[in-house]
Design a protein around this ligand. Structure first.
Ligand SMILES: [Zn+2]
Length: 121
C-alpha cells in the first residue's frame, strides 16, 4: 500500500449467504462452502478477543511502543488482527474492551479504545 492510499480506506470484508462474516478475504465460506461472497464494509467497532502487549517494537512501530497486537471481534461479525497504543488512554487493553478502528494508520489496522461517549481516541 503506498502513502497516497492511506487515511481513507474503510475496513472491508466479506459475508456469505449463511451469515458467516470474515474480516479477511476468502475464496469460499468455511461454514457452507458458498463461493459467491458479498463484499461488506465494517463500522470498525468491535471488542478485543485477544491481545499481546509488545514493549520492544519493530522499527515501524518505534514511536508507538508500547503497543498491543490485538485480535478484534467486529460488531458485524468476523475477527481481524490489528494493533493499538497500549497505555495512552487509561491503561492497557483488556479482553472484551470496546474498540474502534482508526483509519489512516501508516501500518496495519489501528484500533483505539472506544470511550463511554462513543468517541474514539
Ligand atoms: Zn456460508
Amino acid at each position: 500500500m503506498g502513502p497516497g492510499t492511506l487515511g481513507v480506506l474503510p475496513l472491508r470484508g466479506v459475508r456469505s449467504r449463511c451469515g458467516f462474516t470474515s474480516g479477511t478475504f476468502l475464496l469460499a465460506c468455511p461454514k457452507c462452502g458458498e463461493r459467491d461472497l458479498a463484499p461488506i464494509e465494517f463500522s470498525g467497532k468491535g471488542r478485543i478477543a485477544s491481545f499481546t502487549v509488545l514493549s520492544v517494537p519493530g522499527e515501524e512501530f518505534v514511536k508507538e511502543a508500547p503497543y498491543a497486537y490485538v485480535l478484534v471481534d467486529l460488531d458485524e461479525g468476523g475477527r481481524i488482527a490489528g494493533w493499538m497504543a497500549a497505555d495512552r488512554t487509561g491503561g492497557p487493553p483488556a479482553i472484551g474492551m470496546a474498540v474502534q478502528y482508526v483509519a489512516g494508520a501508516a501500518q496495519g489496522n489501528r484500533f483505539a479504545r472506544e470511550d463511554a461517549s462513543g468517541a474514539s481516541r
